[in-house]
Design a binder for this molecule. Structure first.
Ligand SMILES: Nc1ccn([C@@H]2O[C@H](COP(=O)(O)O)[C@@H](O)[C@H]2O)c(=O)n1
Ligand SMILES: C[C@@]1(CO)OP(=O)(O)OP(=O)(O)OC[C@H]1O
Length: 165
């Protein structure tokens, strides 16, 4: 078993759509980034890569590479899933918290969990997504941006062939 931790921050911009956990959320502002800036998915990818001690998303998907311009972060999560599987691990569980003063995220949490579970090929019970305001304090509280934190446990996939030969 291996543990990982990820954290990411993106700034709000009025010119962008808000995408969190692969869900397009109606809001007057979205998050700025080279990709779609899905800060929740970025923290999850960093947690998984961290558990594998394989660096971070900036190393795997540099923001200087036009291949990733405006890319859906769900596509990047799928690539991280492939890296994890190639290294012989599966998701045990994931627990994430998004710090955003607004908008209210609770109506979208279930869809986010389903989207993430589908890509990571695991049950929805293994994916926890939570939201908190920062009580109007700090940059999230001033609605300048959003932060996401994530921890994950990865489990080694047992290779029966290796056990019984
Ligand atoms: N962007 C957000 C922030 C919070 N929530 C939900 O509201 C609850 C209370 O928030 P506090 O910051 O006062 O703890 C929180 O537990 C979330 O369920 C939300 O949906 N969207
Ligand atoms: C995801 C990547 C790649 O498109 O870009 P951003 O969307 O800017 O996100 P960030 O968390 O700043 O860094 C990782 C990246 O290289």
């Amino acid at each position: 078993m291996r543990i990982g931790f990820g954290m990411d921050v993106h700034q709000f911009s009025e010119q962008r759509e808000l995408v969190l956990g692969g869900v397009k959320i109606p809001h007057q502002k979205g998050l700025l980034g080279h990709s779609d800036a899905d800060v929740l998915i970025h923290s999850i990818m960093d947690a998984i890569l961290g558990a594998l001690a394989l660096g971070d998303i900036g190393k795997h998907f540099p923001d200087t590479d036009m291949a990733y311009k405006d890319i859906s972060s769900m596509k990047l999560l799928s690539k991280v899933y492939d890296i994890m599987s190639y290294n012989g691990y599966k998701v045990g569980n994931i627990d994430a918290v998004v710090a955003a003063q607004n908008p209210k995220l609770s109506p979208y949490i279930q869809q986010m969990r389903e989207n993430i579970a589908n890509i990571l090929n695991t049950e929805i019970e293994n994916i926890s997504v939570k939201a908190t305001t920062t009580e109007k304090l700090g940059f999230e509280g001033r609605e300048e941006g959003v932060t996401s934190y994530c921890v994950c446990l990865l489990e080694k996939v047992i290779d029966n062939k290796k056990i019984f030969v």
